[in-house]
Design a binder for this molecule. Structure first.
Ligand SMILES: C[S@@+](CC[C@H](N)C(=O)[O-])C[C@H]1O[C@@H](n2cnc3c(N)ncnc32)[C@H](O)[C@@H]1O
Length: 210
């Protein structure tokens, strides 16, 4: 995790600049986030995990839900706090969440699993399931595919990091194995000229009621 943290620390300023207001250019992001807020709004705490510079956390707040952000990179968190005063951001690791079991109404994680191995994806899903309250909603996104892309340059900086693409079958199987229900996956083509040209998936999943 140290390597991921230091890569994001090194591009924090550029990332915050490049991704500010990202959802303005992505209508389907807006649609799924609005649906998420309709389902969890007012039912308890909402967290944006792997929040990066906080653009999704801020969008959720603009929809009237009080969402907080969590990330590994302290430098990205500094950017988040500076750009979105009034929103709570804290450092944490998705693979070992420091939240009580059943304490969160909704979790969003946009592209937060992109550096995880398949085993780590399962750990992350189990952690999210643990901290969600019964009936709580998880909305996350990933790049669809089977390959690992090695990146050596990002936003004008030299870096060294792998991005993992996952098959929809793997993600669906993993969600079912972990015990999520009402799983819904929406796939779309990339927005040309707006984002990296990979196929995207949004996933809604629910923690069963007891
Ligand atoms: C591809 S970026 C996505 C950021 C943001 N959600 C977005 O959509 O722009 C992945 C983010 O996940 C964070 N991250 C990666 N592994 C993490 C972990 N184990 N715990 C918390 N954050 C993590 C990184 O620091 C980075 O901010």
């Amino acid at each position: 995790m140290r390597k991921i943290e230091s890569v994001y620390d090194s591009v924090a300023q550029e990332y915050a600049l490049a991704f500010a207001g990202e959802h303005d250019k992505k209508p389907q992001d807006q649609e799924v986030l609005q649906k998420f807020v309709r389902e969890v709004g007012g039912r308890g705490p909402v967290w944006d995990l792997g929040c990066g510079p906080g653009q999704t956390t801020a969008y959720l707040n603009s929809l009237g839900t009080q969402a907080s952000g969590l990330d590994l990179s302290e430098k990205l968190l500094e950017q988040s706090r500076a750009s979105h005063p009034g929103i709570h951001f804290r450092r944490g690791n998705i693979l070992e969440l420091e939240f009580r079991e059943g304490s969160i109404a909704g979790v969003v994680a946009f592209y937060a699993i992109v550096h995880f191995s398949e085993e780590q994806v399962e750990t992350a899903l189990r952690e999210v399931l643990r901290v969600l309250r019964p009936g709580g909603i998880f909305l996350f996104t990933f790049h669809v595919g089977g390959e690992t892309i090695h990146i050596e340059e990002f936003l004008g900086k030299k870096i060294d990091i792998d991005f993992m693409l996952f098959s929809t079958e793997f993600i669906l199987g993993c969600l079912e194995k972990c015990g999520f229900e009402r799983i819904e996956m929406i796939e779309r083509e990339p927005y040309p000229g707006v984002e990296y040209p990979s196929r995207r998936a949004y996933v809604f999943a629910r923690k069963p009621e007891v």
